[in-house]
Design a binder for this molecule. Sequence first.
Ligand code: FAD
Length: 493
Amino acid sequence: EEERQEEKDQAGKLFENFIQASTCKGTLQSFNLLCRLLDLDPQDHETFYCSLKTRLTSWRAKALWTKLDKRTCHKEYKKGQACVGTKCLIIGGGPCGLRTAIELALLGAKVVVIEKRDTFSRNNVLHLWPYTIHDLKGLGAKKFYGKFCAGAIDHISIRQLQLMLLKIALLAAVEFHVNVEFVKLLEPPENQENDGPGWRAEIRPADHPVANIDFDVVVGADGRRNTLEGFKRKEFRGKLAIAITANFVNRNTTAEAKVEEISGVAFIFNQKFFLDLKEETGIDLENIVYYKDNTHYFVMTAKKQSLLDKGVIIHDYIDTEMLLSSENVNQEALLGYAREAADFGTNYQLPTLDFAINACGQPDVAMFDFTSMYASENAALVRERFGHQLLVALVGDSLLEPFWPMGTGCARGFLAAFDSAWMVKRWAEGRTPLEVLAERESLYRILPQTTTENIGKNFEQYTIDPGTRYPNLISTCVRQNQVRRLASLFHAI
Ligand code: FAD
């Protein structure tokens, strides 16, 4: 009896470490220790969550199970039986890859996520739409991160979001591998019996166990530089847009707490602010956003001439890549520019503007070119080779690149994650490739138009079923004969 109590106490402690872990590595370590202590194998994905639940009964754990149980009850998951036997590979452990992984795991699929890095280090802050806040709270966000969207806060740092989603994914028995990079898809070999290998992934390191898994579904969630072949990309070329992000240390003092955030949308219309800024500092901006999060985070779109005038950009080139190449940027001047804009934007109320340090040990300031933004022409396709079919999909920035100052990345990213999970469910039901793809493309047509205003208002009802999220949905606007090309990529690799 005593021994049992001791094990319980220890498990409770390890669970607490897992909940509190503040790094990717720490999360994985504490999760593995917990599984070892309880003698549970997370690879038994069909039983893992239930076993864990019966073994971890501290009040903290129970409070989380209550939340998660409510989610797993969605009828779409069919009690975790909807996609039993479907094996899914997700490329990239960013917010959208992880969010997709969780949904697929709740549907009962076997889910493997590969992530080429081993740290979550992005301080930059994502704007969250009300539905995403509701969604994340429903997954127990507050249990992992007590400060999550408290009060009127509607944002979160990318790293904090990844951390929280990773923890939920692990509890849902998603396999997560760091330091594993996707290279390309490998076709099933020719002339094999039915039980020969199916579709696999070439990865680095090549001898990693994931290289030996056959997959039915592959999801590209590897960010704007999508590595999956077969997807044509549309380019939206606007006028030159140069964005700067900057993160300053937040010491959480009362003085800092008093400073007001700047929400971009409202500010775009405040012409006087931008005129004053220009007059006083020579800094010329089109917009600026400031969020007080783990860091003081700023994102602004700067006009080229002012960057030249202030010596941030050295030579004026037509080619944007050359214009913003590291040789053509004076880093010190860039730091000065960002700090000055931040200082003016907050009315000089932030007491110390010390830069936070990024993953490379440098002040966390970056300049990005948003002149061209990319979107994939299609959201999914089906490959078939020697009788093996593979459903291939894109989510997140790989599918539709967001304009950061508008903060649509995570919101539209999660919608696409749900739509993709819905597609996998359809696929597992045995619908034909044409049916599945036509529906997916119909939904994808809606995505770039979604706003906080025109999506469903009843967040409580949101599920992966698109009808719960998109009012006036016509899920047959793309017809099956329009997706024939996507359903017959036999030799295209
Ligand atoms: P990402 O978050 O980009 O995640 C992709 C993941 O895939 C990464 O973890 C990457 O390491 C991994 N990966 C890439 N290639 C491979 C491969 N071959 N094999 C395995 N793994 C791979 N949005 C904002 O709104 N505001 C910001 O300030 C902002 N700053 C950003 C800064 C950076 C440096 C980046 C890359 C993105 C930023 N974004 C910002 C965009 C925002 O992060 C995304 O919209 C959001 O995180 C959803 O993206 P995602 O999950 O689709 O992709």
